[in-house]
Design a protein. Structure first.
Length: 234
């Protein structure tokens, strides 16, 4: 009897949160693939550089929004996971697609840059954080910038959500943080302007697919119609 009750409880819990499965599965695949790239692609890569890169100064203060990216994306996805399943799926489609394109490009077209300063121009807590970042993240596998792409995707998810879009301070704060993160990728010399621009282009294309065409709603509508059309066996 207890076993049956526990099985029923587990089934109910699974049905309630089964939309976590794609996130967990993709997260594992992404981390394994990305860590393989970081370990194996450290030389013999195409250097990405544009003239504008040389005119952007190094500014260690931007390391703060750069690190805030992790909380920004995670908290937005987590909120959608619990409060709005449809927009959660839209966010996942947007983010996973861009991240997969990034992995494929990095695998087939190894790339990197030589923008990082060889010596820190100052000694403070922010340059220490940048040095730590440099020690844990190689200057390879950069194009397009996932920091930029996912920041845009997170902001889109917030402003397109029916409830979150009504909170003015949240929309404004999201925009400020999104812009700050995008700028940070260039000011702490993590990305070339080329990485940033191409991330914008990819995000614009995915915005149309995810929110204008609304591929999630179209897919779920087709699945519901197919389910209704399937004969029920008694």
């Amino acid at each position: 009897m207890k076993a049956t009750r526990k099985t029923l409880q587990f089934h109910m819990l699974y049905e309630k949160y089964k939309h976590a499965v794609p996130l967990l599965v993709y997260g594992i695949i992404y981390m394994i693939w990305f860590l393989w790239l970081e370990k194996n692609i450290t030389s013999h890569y195409t250097v990405i550089h544009v003239t504008l890169d040389d005119h952007i100064p190094f500014c260690e203060w931007f390391v703060i929004p750069y690190f805030l990216w992790f909380a920004y994306v995670s908290l937005a996805v987590l909120w959608l996971f619990f409060r709005d399943k449809d927009d959660y799926y839209r966010a996942c489609v947007f983010l996973f697609t861009g991240m997969t394109v990034f992995l494929v490009i990095s695998t087939l077209f190894p790339n990197g840059h030589h923008l990082r300063p060889s010596v820190m121009p100052r000694n403070n807590i922010f340059t220490m954080l940048v040095s730590y970042l440099y020690s844990t993240d190689t200057p390879t596998n950069l194009w397009p910038s996932i920091h930029v792409y996912n920041s845009l995707g997170t902001h889109f998810a917030i402003v397109r959500n029916r409830r979150l879009s009504k909170i003015r301070w949240l929309k404004t704060g999201s925009l400020i943080l999104c812009v700050s993160i995008i700028l940070s990728t260039m000011f702490i010399k993590q990305h070339s302007v080329f990485d940033v621009v191409t991330a914008f282009i990819m995000a614009a294309a995915m915005y149309g697919i995810t929110y204008k065409y609304d591929i999630v709603t179209a897919y779920r509508t087709r699945m519901r119609a197919r389910k209704k059309a399937t004969p029920q066996v008694n």
